[in-house]
Design a protein. Structure first.
Ligand SMILES: [Zn+2]
Length: 71
């Protein structure tokens, strides 16, 4: 996995890789920041999850911080 973060300042949201729950009616989803090797299961209902993209506010988390330091 490789993400190329653009040094933009005014963009509060970006297309973010996420996992979506496949269970109908379940709103479970999670960010893909953890780089799963295989599909995770929903933390709400334990259903399989599918990789997708969501427009989300930029978050600086520990993973992002690490990858930023490498660049
Ligand atoms: Zn679910």
């Amino acid at each position: 996995m490789h993400y190329r973060k653009k040094p933009e300042e005014e963009i509060p949201q970006e297309d973010t890789a996420v996992w979506l729950c496949t269970q109908e009616g379940c709103s479970g989803w999670m960010r893909d920041n953890f780089a799963f090797d295989q599909s995770p299961v929903c933390w709400q209902c334990n259903s399989p999850m599918v990789s997708s993209v969501k427009l989300l506010p930029l978050l600086v988390n520990t993973n992002d911080y690490k990858s930023r330091q490498k660049v």
